[in-house]
Design a protein around this ligand. Structure first.
Ligand code: PLP
Length: 435
């Protein structure tokens, strides 16, 4: 393409390829939904993955105090080192000791976890290379990669096995251009939690094929009773792991934009080059907010376990509530999560022949019942919808009850009977009873 000559008489300012090719699927889908809520019913958004939306979940006082204190120190106003202030990186290293042995030099502070993900993706991948991402998955990966020509390939999670990784599918997706496997644990949008054995199986695939792991552990420790959180880095023997984390979800402060990359490279496979690359890339924003960096040691060290326990217990109870309510809905299949703050709900579309897709299902749910759930298409996973569990209890109950009513209003009873019969017929002993 030839450039226009400067002397041309007219203005022509064009957006760059990166700008034109960058999009956020969730935003696109949500902004294109052209439906008005039912004016007679209070609108309840179960769609927003921001735990601060309703004001019912707040960080403990000393976390706020830490930022107030930081404001008073003059070093919270200037630029810091691009990787972050040493005290802050030291605090992250101690806070993350469960991941393995970490030195402050292994930590790079970032502007939120999504920036950590961007640093890692752009440090590993060139245009034309690919990264494997779980499906259903979190779409920031696509947003960050696509405009740069980095290819996102999906590997499947198994809804009937608590969203475990389909290991065969994972391995079959790896090719010569694969530079990283993303593991999101606990998962957004599934709320699943992988145990040690399963994480080892994933590591085995990575080991056999010599592909590093990108661990998205923004929901670390966010697990319900009976489940244990294991950092994948803590059990990796050889596979290098780049862990992305931050304070966003656990401390309920998404707007503070503080995250980090932690480099786990026991056998020095990544070597100096990746470290230097991450450093180089960090200079692009001259480091994240020094105000929050200065508050970080107090935030990470002084928060009592009881605060975390209360938040997780609240979300677990919300999950049980939603599960119990939605199980009664005809044509839905809620999948009980084990952690994080979301629940995926299968929609048996065959029972709702009126709706062409789950997109129409959620649109009509808004216009009739004023309840908004994110359609599965936002996670490259049709026939499902995702709800957020952090909304206040009374709103969650009300929303679920309205979803049940909506399903009962729209389920096709002919199709429903056929389904029941085919369920029974498929079991031989029962088939005799019917005949
Ligand atoms: C929320 C979220 C992030 C992004 O966190 P920020 O710190 O707000 O950038 C990254 N990964 C997953 C899976 C998330 O749910």
């Amino acid at each position: 393409m030839s450039r226009r000559s400067r002397s041309s008489q007219e203005w022509e300012v064009r957006a760059s390829t990166l700008a034109r090719n960058t999009s956020n699927l969730i935003r696109n889908i949500v902004e294109n939904l052209q439906v008005e809520p039912n004016p007679d019913k209070e609108f309840i958004a179960l769609s927003i993955g921001d735990p601060t939306t309703f004001g019912n979940l707040n960080p403990p006082d000393h976390v706020l105090q830490a930022v107030r204190n930081a404001i008073e120190t003059h070093t919270s106003r200037g630029y810091g080192p691009v990787k972050g202030h040493l005290e802050a990186r030291q605090a992250v290293a101690e806070y993350s000791a469960h991941q393995g042995e970490i030195l402050p030099d292994d930590v790079i502070l970032s502007s939120g976890c999504s920036h950590a993900i961007e640093l890692v993706i752009t440090a590993l991948a060139d245009s034309g290379q690919n990264i494997l991402v779980p499906r259903p998955g979190f779409l920031i990966y696509k947003t960050l990669a696509e405009g740069l020509g980095i290819v996102i390939k999906y590997y499947n999670l198994l809804p009937d096995e608590q969203w475990k990784v389909d290991l065969e599918d994972l391995e079959s997706q790896i090719d010569d251009d694969t530079v990283g496997i993303v593991v999101i644990n606990p998962s957004n949008p599934c709320g699943s939690v992988f145990d040690k054995d399963h994480l080892s199986e994933i590591l085995d695939v990575a080991q056999r094929n010599h592909v590093p792991i990108i661990a998205d552990e923004i929901y670390e420790h966010f697990v319900f009773s009976g489940n244990t959180f294991t950092a994948i880095s803590s059990i990796s023997k050889d596979v290098p792991v780049l862990t992305c984390g931050g304070i966003t979800k656990r401390f309920l402060v998404p707007g503070w934009r503080m995250g980090w990359v932690i480099i786990h490279d026991r056998n020095n496979i990544l070597g100096k080059e990746i470290r230097r690359g991450l450093n180089n890339l960090a200079t692009r924003i001259l480091g994240p907010s020094t105000l929050i960096q200065r508050a970080l040691p107090m935030i990470l060290k002084c928060t009592p376990q009881s605060f975390f326990d209360e938040v997780v217990l609240f979300i677990e109870n919300q999950a049980k509530l939603a599960y119990e309510e939605l199980r009664r809905a005809q044509g839905l299949r809620p999948i009980m999560p084990q952690g994080a703050m979301y629940m995926m709900i299968g929609i048996k579309m065959a029972l709702f022949p009126k709706f062409k897709s789950e997109l129409q299902f959620v649109e009509r749910l808004v216009s009739e019942q004023s309840v908004f759930c994110l359609p599965g298409q936002c996670f490259e996973y049709p026939n499902y919808m995702r709800i957020v569990l952090t909304v206040p209890e009374d709103k969650l109950r009300e929303a679920c009850q309205r979803i049940v009513i909506f399903c009962n209003d729209h389920v096709d009873n002919g199709e429903r009977v056929k389904e029941i019969v085919s369920d029974i017929v498929s079991v031989p002993s029962d088939a005799e009873v019917i005949m």
